[in-house]
Structure formats: C-alpha cells, structure tokens
Write a protein that binds this ligand. Structure first.
Ligand SMILES: Nc1nc2c(c(=O)[nH]1)N[C@H]1C(S)=C(S)[C@@H](COP(=O)(O)OP(=O)(O)OC[C@H]3O[C@@H](n4cnc5c(=O)[nH]c(N)nc54)[C@H](O)[C@@H]3O)O[C@H]1N2
Ligand SMILES: Nc1nc2c(c(=O)[nH]1)N[C@H]1C(S)=C(S)[C@@H](COP(=O)(O)OP(=O)(O)OC[C@H]3O[C@@H](n4cnc5c(=O)[nH]c(N)nc54)[C@H](O)[C@@H]3O)O[C@H]1N2
Ligand SMILES: [Mo]
Length: 706
C-alpha cells in the first residue's frame, strides 16, 4: 500500500494499489480502499474525555486527562497491589507499540496482568505450531509460494471475504493446475472457488483431520522416510488416527466417506501440498489439538519442511504476527521469549537495565483477565488500561464482560473513536492511527514491514508511544519510553537478539530497501563469521531442520473430543460466528463509513431453508437466537449454503444483534482460546423488536455509574 498526500481525498490521504508490493501484489479490499475515510470520519476523537461530576464524559485537556489516568492507576496499585492493575492490548498495534506496552506494564506498573485480543485470534495455531515445529510463524513460506504448490486444504478460512487481496494466490493455484479444498460448514464465497468442499458440523475438525490421516495410513500413502528422518511421536499419532475409521468420522462430522477419500487422493496425488487454517478450527476449546491434527496430516505425508509444502496459519489483524512476538501477551517477553524462562528474563532485564527479579511472572489470558475485572477479591483486577480493542462487542459472553468493565474502579481507553468500550471509560485518550505515524508491522509470512507516516494527525491526537511516555514519566520513569518509533525499534532489536523472533539484524533502512525482511534475522558482526555481510533474513523455515531442540517436528497424539457445549432438546442448534466482507471486527471503525454500511448494514442470522420452514420464518423476518448466556436478535438470511443444523451470525455489531451475547467463553486448555466458533442455541421468531436481552445495552450510550 502506498500513501501519498492528496488533498481531494478523505483525511488528505489516498490509498493506491502498488502492483510491485510483494505481500498483496497491489490489490486492496473495500476496507483498504475506504480506509482513508476512517482517518477523517466526523466521529474521530480529537480531544481527551474525562468523566465529570455529572457522570458524563466531558472534553478535557491532555495534562488533566493524563494526570487522571496516572492517579487512577497508581491509586489502585497502592490500595490493592500491582496485579490489581491490568492492561489489554491489540494485534493492530505496531511492533513498537506492542513492545512498549509490555515493557510499561512489567516495569512501570509492575503488573503481570497484561494480555491482548490476539489471544482471541491466532493463539491456538501459535500454540500448535510451537508444539510441533518449535516456533510460531504464521506461514513458514512466503504467500507467493501458494500458487506453485499442487494442493491446498483451507480449513475454516474465508479469504474471499477476510483477505480479498490474498484470494489471487488461490485462484492462481487453480490456474496453475493445483487443487483447492475448502473445509467450512458454510458454502462461502471461498468454497465456491474450490475443487472440493467439505462441510463438517462445527467443532468436528479434529475428528475430520484424524479420519483423513486414518485413510492416508490405510491407503499406504505415508512418507515413512520423512517420518523416520525428521519427526518424533509417530506411533502415538498413528494410533490416535487409527481409532478414527471413516464411518465413525462420517457420523461425527457429517462428511460422507467418499468425500474423505477424494480429499486424501487430491492431497497425496499432488507433488507438494499445504494445509492452511484460520479461525474456523482454531477458535474452539480444542483448537490447539485440532491444528495439531492437521499438522500431523502434513508430517505423515512428508508435506512439511520441504519446498512448496507445509502447514500455515492465515493471520488476522494488521499486525497479528508481530503483535504476538514482543511482549503484550501474558506469558511473553520480546523476541518471542517466554517470561517463565530464567535466561529470557535475564536477557531482557539486561536490555531494560533492571534486575530480572523485578519482572513479574506470567499473567492471565485475555478472557480470564476480562472476567477478573472489577472483582472485589484479592486477585481481582480493579483498574484497566485498554488500547486497540473493543471487548464490549468482540469478547465472548460479552454482556458479562461489559458488566465486569462497568464494575472497575478505574478504566482508561486509548482509541481513535468512541467505541462501545471507550464509552464505559473514566478517561478516553484520542490517539493517532496508521497513516498518521511511522512504525513496523510483521506480515503473516514473518516479513517485517515499515509503514511510514503519510499525513499529520488531527490536532489534539497523540500517538500511543507518546501516551505511554507521558504516563511513565508521571509514574516515576522519566527514561526508557522514547516517543520516536525508530528509537523504540532499535531497543526492540536488542531485546529480541537471540530469541526465536530475532529482529536484531533488521533496521528501518534495510526494510525500506528490501521491501521487508523476514525474521529470524540475527545481527552479524561486521566482518564476522558470515564475512559476506548482513544476514539475509529467512523467507522459508524448516527446510533443513525444525526449530525444536532435536531439529525434528513433533506429532500430536490427540484424539477427538466433544465441544464444550453440546446441543440438547432445549438448545438443539449450533451457532457459529465470523465475518463479512464490508465490516471489520467489532465494527468500531467500519460502522462509521457510509459505503461499508451500505454494503453490510447490520447483523443477520444465516439459516438453511429447511430450518426456516420449520420455524415458519421468511427472508428478513426478525429471529431471536438464544443460548445459555443470552439472546441476540437479527433478521433471517436464508441460504442453502449452510448446514441445516447450524446457524451463522457475524459479530461486528453491538446492541440487540450482538452475536457475542451468545458465545461460550469455554477455553482451550493450552492456548486459552475461547470457543467463538460454536455454542448450542435455539432459534425463535421474534414477535417484537423489544424482547431483547435487557442486560445487553451496548447499542445505547450507557455511562458507567460512578
Ligand atoms: N472483512 C473482514 N476481513 C477481516 C476481518 C474482519 O473483521 N472483516 N478480520 C481480520 C481478522 S482479525 C481475522 S482473525 C481474519 C479471520 O479470517 P477467517 O478465519 O477467514 O474468518 P471467519 O469468518 O472468522 O472464519 C472463517 C470461516 O470459518 C468457518 N467456520 C465456522 N465454524 C467452523 C468450524 O467449526 N470448522 C471449520 N472448519 N470452519 C468453521 C466460518 O463459516 C467462516 O467462513 O480476518 C481478517 N480479515
Ligand atoms: N463471535 C466472535 N467474536 C470474535 C471473533 C469471532 O470470529 N467471532 N474473532 C475474534 C478475533 S480473531 C479478533 S482479532 C477480535 C477483534 O476484536 P477487537 O479486539 O474488538 O478489535 P477491533 O474491533 O479491531 O478494535 C480495535 C479498536 O482499536 C482502535 N484502534 C485502531 N488503531 C489503533 C491504534 O493505533 N491505537 C489504539 N490505541 N487504538 C486503535 C479501533 O478504533 C477499535 O476501537 O474479535 C474476536 N471476537
Ligand atoms: Mo483476529
């Protein structure tokens, strides 16, 4: 994406497609094209807001607002200890901001209580990748390799709507004679491009992957040489797969045996193949094991650690990859180091100039942190600093999360708009966003990119780095929180040196000259052992060895297990949730853009005609979807492209149509990912628009009492 000032366009920024840019070949989706409108929208925050005596948010000066935040956070710390102060970040933040936020929390606040929305995003794939390969990088190869492989299985991923610029890699694959298989309970726009579409019952991907592996073994299509030379754990994984014979898998998943066989044939006949997962199989209470089972399929067939083959995770947010590498995750330090590892603590403490003993230990995962907000218990989190996320709309069991946020002693939010979450705050700080500031992002391929400032921010806004600097200064840290992103990056390089995500050989200058640099990229001493100069970066991982201590990939021995919540007589249907093309996430930004709202004006319930007929519902009729946690209402959208036992709702809207009023916060035991992708519901025709969940007031401006 290239940004050039153009006064005739919104915010003085024009977004233009840049054909030579290697990640998207210049293509942009509707949200990218209209992104400048988000810079300029009338509802953009340009002055700090402070909750006054009247109980309303009122404009205030920066000094007053920052004083209030510093006082709010330190009062809680003094009264209840450092872990009573929490921080919640986002995968949209630049690497520099994510790094500074983790450092601020651990040093200035002294708190272990930090996590971020990426926990809701790729944490299951990250955990499974680390377990199997010893490192978590979304793709072990560049996106541009996809069209040259022989077969791709896309599991629970809908790039036609969620990554339109990447769709060309999949259409390119088919133009080159490669096969595309899509696994999704819905016949999505992506599935329409596929050679084969498998539509399993939500939550059964683990059984499906095991069933495919069973067939691979039964049909003698394993790669014994690869298994022996480059993996460990095959006997246990093989035994797990053999317990999932095809007819059993058909019964669990609803996918007919002949389609399972067809899938194995396409995958194994191709000279090289890939499995790519996204949120469908990952956002489950068994997401880590599920991804592990798909990785098993790659390992058993020798489709990993070789050119044009492997497992990858299609990452979500703007900086979904980098956002999880530099320390805003509860258990991590910069460079993808682990907070519980004494050597990692010593290294990072050295860079920060502190004693390792002052660094707190690992904290709680995102949902657990949100669930602990405002609790009047010794381990309650009573004050929160929130950046770059809107959990009132996007967290599971959102009515409960909203209630917890209202119960806080103090809430400060940094945002560009007055999101549903910002409305609950005691102080809202208006910050700058992407085109208004410089910073690095890391793509799903591990490519570190530099985004340069293109326009001046609206007067009144400050960058997140400046906010952290100003707060740190008020809390006794005059030094250590620079506001210049390049200065922060230089420190991040040193902190990451020797870590899994090693950025130490990457500089702003190199990124600009080379169109991005792939980590790991260690610094090399001038004239040192490499002699030839700087490390070239690592576009392709695992070709010689995996990143585990013994260099071998590890099979996962998991067997299928049911979802956290099964259907029953009272809740006979499954709800799954996801995205539509024209809205982004909690909608905080896109619901403010007229063109996008025209394309996707509101929530809906997608259901099969047979189910609609049973309910007596016609297209557009208002439906009420009820789960054990609440109710949401939205018009019916009837389509044969969904299983008859499943309904789908997008999660982009607050208020009565908020899908997350329904979702189940049951967590994966390893990744702590909530089960966004399925819960048991019943669907009814709603008689009036007024019978929504009274607890669900997100659509109204609802100030927190006090
Ligand atoms: N337009 C748009 N694009 C976006 C975003 C956005 O909000 N809007 N968000 C960005 C972010 S942060 C992310 S994480 C990505 C997400 O990108 P995707 O993962 O592609 O998006 P989702 O719609 O959440 O889920 C993908 C598919 O999973 C299917 N699914 C549901 N349940 C199951 C299941 O049990 N098994 C399987 N196999 N599939 C299932 C859904 O039907 C859906 O089609 O998109 C990014 N791009
Ligand atoms: N039911 C259901 N729920 C889901 C999902 C699902 O599939 N189903 N998907 C989950 C996933 S994958 C994700 S990633 C989450 C995303 O959901 P959220 O975490 O709520 O993400 P956004 O809506 O993008 O919120 C980002 C906020 O940060 C603000 N912002 C933008 N840029 C900046 C910046 O530079 N600094 C600061 N301080 N603020 C900024 C935006 O205005 C916006 O208010 O939702 C999760 N929730
Ligand atoms: Mo995401």
């Amino acid at each position: 994406m290239n940004l050039r000032p153009a006064p005739e366009t919104a915010g003085g920024v024009a977004v233009e497609e840049r054909a030579a840019f290697p990640v998207n070949r210049g293509a942009l989706c509707g949200k990218g094209r209209t992104a400048p409108q988000v810079l300029a929208i009338g509802s953009r925050l340009t002055t700090p807001l402070v909750r006054g005596a009247s109980g309303e948010l009122e404009p205030a000066g920066w000094e007053e607002a920052l004083d209030r935040v510093a006082a709010g956070l330190s009062a809680t710390r003094t009264a209840h200890g450092p872990d009573a102060v929490g921080v919640f970040g986002g995968g949209g933040l630049t690497n520099e901001k994510a790094y500074a936020l983790g450092k601020f929390t651990r040093l200035v606040l002294g708190s272990s209580q930090i996590d971020y929305n990426g926990r809701f995003c790729m944490s299951s794939a990250a955990a499974a990748g680390t377990r199997a390969f010893g490192v978590d990088r979304g793709l072990p190869f560049p996106l541009a390799d996809i069209p040259s492989t022989g077969c791709v299985i896309l599991v629970g991923s809908n790039p036609a709507e969620t990554m339109p610029p990447a769709l060309r890699y999949f259409t390119g694959l088919r133009e080159n004679g490669g096969r595309l298989i899509v696994v999704d309970p819905r016949r999505t726009r992506t599935a329409e491009h596929a050679d084969l579409h498998l539509a399993p019952r939500p939550g059964t991907d683990l059984a499906l992957a095991l069933g495919l592996l069973h067939l691979v073994v039964a049909e003698g299509r394993t790669d014994e040489e690869f298994i022996a030379a480059r993996t460990t754990g095959w006997p246990e994984a093989r035994a797990a797969a053999m317990a999932h014979w095809p007819e059993l898998v058909e019964r669990i998943t609803g996918v007919p045996v002949p389609l399972l066989r067809e899938c194995v044939r396409m995958f194994c006949d191709a000279p090289s193949s890939m499995v790519l997962t996204a949120r469908g199989p990952e956002q489950q209470s068994k997401g880590t094991d599920t991804v592990g089972a798909w990785i098993n399929l790659c390992l058993a067939t020798g489709r990993a650690g070789r050119p044009l083959s492997g497992y990858g995770c299609l990452t979500g947010q703007g900086n979904g990859q980098g956002g999880r590498e530099h320390g805003q995750k509860a258990d991590q330090l910069p460079g993808y180091r682990m907070l519980a590892d004494p050597a990692a603590r010593a290294h990072v403490a050295g860079v920060w100039g502190v004693d390792p003993a002052v660094l707190p230990g690992p904290g709680r995962s995102a949902y657990e942190l949100l669930d602990a907000l405002g609790r009047d218990t010794p381990d309650g989190v009573r004050a929160l600093l929130l950046l770059a996320s809107n959990p009132v709309v996007s967290a599971p069991r959102a009515a409960h999360v909203e209630e917890r946020m209202r119960a806080l002693d103090f809430l400060a939010v940094c945002d560009v708009v007055l999101s549903e979450s910002a409305r609950l705050a005691d102080v809202v700080l208006p910050v700058t966003q992407w085109a208004e500031e410089t910073g690095t992002l890391t793509s799903l391929e591990g490519r570190v990119l530099l985004r340069r400032k293109a326009v001046d921010p609206p007067p009144g806004c400050r960058g997140d780095l400046r906010v952290l600097h100003d707060l740190a200064a008020r809390l006794g840290w005059e030094k250590g929180f620079p506001t210049d992103p390049e200065e922060v990056f230089e420190e991040l390089r040193r902190a990451s040196a020797g870590g899994k995500a090693d950025y130490s050989g990457i500089t702003y200058r190199r990124i600009a000259e080379e169109d991005g640099v792939f980590w790991p990229c260690p610094a090399t001493a001038e004239g040192g052992d490499r002699g030839a100069g700087p490390h070239p970066g690592t576009p392709r991982l695992f070709l010689d060895r995996f990143a585990t201590p013994d260099g071998r990939a590890r099979f996962s021995p998991a067997v299928h297990r049911p979802a956290a919540e099964e259907t029953d007589a009272e809740y006979p249907l499954l709800l799954t949730t996801g995205r539509v093309l024209a809205q982004y996430q909690s909608g905080a930004q896109t619901r403010r853009v007229a063109e996008l709202n025209a394309a996707a004006p509101g929530p809906f319930v997608e259901l099969h005609p047979r189910l609609a007929e049973r309910l007596g519902a016609a297209e557009g009729d208002l439906l009420s979807v009820v789960s054990r946690r609440g109710r949401a209402m939205a018009p019916a959208r009837i389509t044969t492209g969904i299983r008859a036992d499943t309904v789908f709702m997008p999660f982009h809207w607050p208020g009565a149509g908020r899908a997350n009023s329904l979702t189940n916060p049951a967590l994966d035991p390893v990744s702590r990912m909530p089960e966004f992708k399925l819960c048991a519901v019943r669907v009814e025709r709603a008689e009036t628009a007024g019978d929504g969940d009274p607890a669900d007031g997100a659509g109204r401006a609802a100030p927190r009492p006090g």
